[in-house]
Design a protein around this ligand. Sequence first.
Ligand code: SF4
Length: 480
Amino acid sequence: MSRAERYVPTPREEAFHASITNPKYDRQIINGLNPFFEDRAPEDMKSFYTDREIAELKSLKGTARDVEDRMPVKMTRHYFELAKTSKYLQRLVKASSDETEDLAGSEDPGFQMDYSPVEGLLHKYEMGLMYVISTCSAHCRFCYREELIGRKDIERQDGSVAKKGLAQIREVTDYIRGHNKVVADNGGRHPESGREKLREILLSGGDPMVLPNTKIAAWLSALAEAGVESIRLGTKEMAFYPDRFDDAFLAVLDGFHEVYPDVGFRLMVHFNHPDEFLQKDGGGNYIENPNGTLKWIESTKRAMDAVVSRGWVSVENQAPIIKGINDDAEALRIMQRSLKRVGVENHYFFCGRDIIAYRAFNVPIETAWNILNESQKGLSGVEAHARLSITHYKGKTEVAAVTSDPIEGVPLSEKGVVIFKILRNAADSPDRAKVCIVGRNPDAIWFDDYADRVIYDEAGLYDYSRVVKVVPVTIGAAGS
Ligand code: SF4
């Protein structure tokens, strides 16, 4: 099928699309470092970088250590206003010469392209993930999709080299229909991969909330028509520009729910630090409500309340633990409590991935586990749902436990052990719940750092070989 073939919406979709409006949003984005290099940044933003920082960053321009080549620089005014009084948020959006000191890392973390049956769609787990856009309102320096945001060339398994492409509605919905038809014809399992129906899809990128409402609505309805039962939308817009969750966007959600009441909608938000949503006083302390809870920033609270109050939308936070941003048990404790209080689930915290320059951002695995564990002491059970996950090439893996004492008679356990547990793995998740036990290495920031101290590897984390690339199923009559 050629890319030129356009998706044709059903009359039901067209009726839904007709109700959508696309307001203009004024995020007042500062793009790139040039406005700072050339003294063109708005007057009140000029001091965001010191003269020394600007000189350092300028000296790297055009060299192999150019920070903007690694990851484009971008910031909204809303985030700038928050970052002015938060060194943690500054670290999140401010480029720094440190980030290109060590450029080790993978250009395609997790070999994601091995699981891409059509451009822009990853079908690794029971659900599918789509890249629908390659930018966000602002850019996190630690982004796990720097290869997509930076539009970098990626080597595929067949040796070809190309930028990651974005998902197209026609191609993706044809694939979903084709896959689901084969599964249905085969009694509920795909005959080759063993996968079940593709029933859940994540709209990701980049940040889908940067798309106009009409495009978001087009994706939602096309996926619903293709038989998807649940749609997730992954976004950091609640932190970068909460006013995006306005009446026009809420009308998209309401209209969608009215037309497709059986399709679930999950908003996967991304807060790294409570400074992104809590009000602070002049001394930098969080402001309390009369009952001792902490006061949210008004625009963020308005946006969050609007989404959460639609009971059919579930809202879940997931965020990596990043050096200098949120590697702090107290900050994570405040964040988990404050999010749950307004109806947001704490889903995952992530260890860093092996992106290019990961050493600048990643916290050692055992440190991250300790921070999360400390942060959850004193939280109620419902506040402490989040698990620490690290994405092994084989699948999503929980850092389930870190012990401190030797286990008698077990070599390599002298300083204690780390227990990894597979949460989800490719295809029909044959290794779910299997564990891998390694001797401790407090400096480890990636699985490789434990390679010389594996004690027990039921999960096969140290016996990994790339999968044969997923090939698209024949679309034929199943296409729209
Ligand atoms: S919001 Fe997400 S995709 Fe966008 S830059 Fe940050 S981490 Fe990357």
